[in-house]
Ligand binder design. Structure first.
Ligand code: ZN
Length: 282
């Protein structure tokens, strides 16, 4: 049966509505974001919580993230960045030589892209450093632009997460300078810090990193495992001032970065420490 003119108009309106609705859905979707399934404040929920409970609740975001006390603001950073031990051609830093009661949160690779982690960083004003690998971030740089807009800094963790030790200079340089170029194109920045994948490097790495504009190779003393436990590369098995903490992302069976971070923050608070910005010190 041929549709009457009136039916044709109705069909056209319905079709237009469907097209419009799908366009809106596409526009709202965040294809690069991986939303972890665990409960936690979403953008929407945090807005409604704020409007429902008023400014008191908004002033205490730490409660929403499972902390019993606010994270103290770090002390004023040193007037000049700390002088690192002389090393030719580059210093390699495992921990920061400071007596300030601070530790430094660094995140590796860039696999997990949970929008609620952005909420966490924003609401707790966490000065985190993200060491990004291009092949792991993939098309997800938008997530890290959002993190950067709420205060995270972006540093270099190679193009392709190659184990650099033993590779020829040209290969190492391509991994490091290549990622410098990607980050400059994406964010207009020139990272100063470089973390070699797996923490393995040799003197060629140091030379290549220097030639790519890096001023310090940044390792860690404490590393968080997928289950949320900390392991220590050397020294006492607890957090102490100046520790750099490495938090890898992307273990599919592990806890979310958000969960691991809030757990870490409770540990940090339990030691009477707080989080400072690594780039203020080195
Ligand atoms: Zn890595």
């Amino acid at each position: 049966m041929r549709p009457t003119p009136r039916l044709r108009v109705v069909s056209a309106v319905v079709l237009a509505a469907v097209v419009l609705a799908s366009a809106l859905l596409t526009g709202c979707a965040r294809p690069t974001a991986t939303v972890a399934p665990e409960a936690g404040p979403s953008h929407e929920r945090s807005h409604s919580a704020r409007s429902a409970k008023g400014p008191t609740h908004a002033a205490q975001p730490y409660r929403r993230w499972g902390l019993t006390a606010p994270l103290p603001a770090p002390p004023s950073p040193p007037a000049r960045r700390l002088r690192l031990p002389d090393a030719d051609p580059l210093p390699v830093v495992h921990r920061v030589p400071t007596r300030d009661k601070v530790v430094f949160l660094t995140y590796d690779d860039g696999a997990e892209k949970d929008p609620r982690f952005v909420d966490l960083v924003r609401e707790l004003r966490l000065p985190v450093s993200m060491f990004l690998t291009d092949s792991v971030v993939g098309p997800g740089y938008g997530h890290f632009a959002r993190l950067r807009s709420v205060g995270a800094s972006i540093q270099n963790h190679t193009l392709d997460h190659a184990a650099l030790r033993g590779l020829p200079y040209t290969g190492q340089r391509a991994e490091i300078c290549g990622q410098q170029n990607k980050l400059r194109a994406r964010f207009g920045i020139r990272p100063r810090l470089f973390r070699p994948p797996y923490g393995t490097y040799d003197t060629t790495t140091l030379r290549a990193a220097r030639d790519c504009g890096i001023t310090a190779v940044t390792l860690w003393r404490a590393a968080m495992e997928a289950d949320g436990e900390l392991t220590y590369a050397h020294g006492p098995a607890h957090l102490r001032p100046g520790d750099i903490i490495s938090v890898p992302s992307g273990e599919p069976t592990g806890r979310s970065l958000r969960d691991r971070t809030t757990r870490l923050l409770r540990d940090i608070q339990g030691r009477g420490l707080t989080v400072a910005r690594l780039e203020d010190y080195i």
